[in-house]
Design a binder for this molecule. Sequence first.
Ligand code: BES
Ligand code: MN
Ligand code: ZN
Length: 489
Amino acid sequence: MTAPIPLDILETDLDLIKERAGKLAIFIPETGAMDATARRVNRLSKGAVARLLESPRFEKLKPGEAIQLAFPQGMTAEAVIVVKLPRRPKVEQARKAGATLAKQMGKVALTALCGNLSRTDELALGLMMRAYEFSDHKTADQEATPGATLMVNSTDGLEEALSVQRAVAEGVFFTRDLTNEPANILTTTEFADRLKEMEALGLKVEVLEEKELEKLGMRTLLSVGQGSDSPSKVVVMQWSGGKSDDKPFALVGKGVVFDTGGISLKPAGGMEDMTMDMGGAGVVSGVMKTLALRKSKANVVGLVGLVENMPSGNATRPGDVVTSMKGDTVEIINTDAEGRLVLADVLWYAQERFEPVGCINLATLTGAIIIGLGHENAGVFSNSDPLSNAFLKAAEAEEEGAWRMPMGKAYDDQLKSRIADMKNVGGRPAGSITAAQFLQRFIKPETAWIHLDIAGVASVKSETAFAPKGATGWGVRALNRLIADKFEG
Ligand code: BES
Ligand code: MN
Ligand code: ZN
C-alpha cells in the first residue's frame, strides 16, 4: 500500500532557515514582491533570489511553475526552489505549485516557506498526489520518501484542512495501487480482501460469493467469470454518514481483474494493459475510502463486480444466450464485450436492494472511447441533465476531464438480437454509445444515472499534472466533490 508523503507543519521562524537541510521553497507573486521568508533567503544567498526575479526566466514562468537555485551560498540547504505563485492563489494554481514541488524535490526533504500564503492545504494535496510512486514490486532498496514541512505564519485550522486533503490523497492512492497491481496478485479474492479491510474505517463491507450470486440470478455477471479459476464476487461497501432514513447514492464499478477477451481472445500486443480493467471498481473503492476517512455526512453505497475474463473449456462461447438478474436475455456475440455483462447485474441489484437517489457507474468499457476522446476526457452518458451537469461541474473544479456524449433510440436499436432480448454488442459504429445503451436497459426510468467510460483516463502512458505514468485515480476527486456538494452542502 502506498502512503502519501508525510507532512509536518511548523510556525514561521526566520532563524531556522539558514541551517535547514534539504531543499527550501519560496513563493513569489508575478509582481516579484518578496515576503519576509523570501527576503531572508535572498539575504543569506547574497542576492541570488533577486537576480533570478530580475531575469526574463522568472517572467516566463506561469503560476505554479518554479526554477531551482542549486547549492546557494550562505545556507545549509542544497537548493532553493523559487515558485511563482500569488499570495492568494486559485485552487488549481496552489495544487499545480504543489505538484511542481513534488517533482523538483525528488528524494530530498523539502521545507516550503509559505509565510501567509493561502490554500496551503491545496498545495499539499498537489504535492501528495504528484509524489505517488508504485514501487511494491521493485526489489532494489527503495529510498525512503522524505517528508515535506510547511512553514506557515498561522497554523490555525491547517491540521484539520490537511487531514481532509490527506483523506482525498489516500483514496486516490488506493485507486492507483489497485489499478496498477498485476492480475496474478490482485485476484478477485485479493481485491475483496483489501476491501474487507476497510471495515476498520467504519465501512460496512459484504462479499457476495458465487453461490449467492447464482441464487440472485446474476447469470450475465457469472457468465464472464466462469472460464476463470478465480471465483466471481460482488462486494458491497456501505458508508452511512447521513440520516438513517435517507436513501443512499450508489456507485457501481466494473472490476474485471484481467480481460483476455475470453473465447473472443484479444491480440497479444498490449494485452498486459488489461490488468487495469478493474479501474472502475478501483475508483469506487477509492471514493469509499475517502468518504470514510473524512467522515462524510452522506449515505453512499459502493458496489463492485469482481470477475476475471478467461478462455477455458468452461468459458462462455460467442452465441451463448444468458439470462440477467433483471430477467432479460442476452445473446453474447463477443465475449470481449464483458464489462457491460458484469455491470448489468450489479446495476440491477443496486437498484433493487437500495432504491438509490442516484447512481453512477464507472468502467473501462470500450476502446472506442479512447478513439473518440483520447486520454483527456472520460465519456459521460446519462439519462439525467441535472445529475450530469452537477457531475461535469465537479469534474471541472477538480480538473478531471469529462465530456457528455449523446444517447438515443437509434443507437439502442443496434442492440436488437434475432433470438434473444438483446445482443451484447451493437457493431462498430458508435461502439461507446451502444455500450452505454446496453447499460441503460438495466437502469430503471426513475433512477438518475450516469455511466462514465474511463477506458482512456484510468491509466495513461505518459505522466500527467498530478500523476506519474500508470494509474491516475481519475474520478475520485470529482465524485468526492459531487457527493460533498449534493449531500453535505
Ligand atoms: N476492457 C475493454 C475496453 C478497453 C480497451 C479498456 C482498451 C481499456 C483499453 C473492454 O472489455 C473491451 O474489450 N471492449 C471491446 C468491446 C467490443 C468487443 C465491442 C472493445 O472496445 O474493443
Ligand atoms: Mn473486453
Ligand atoms: Zn474489459
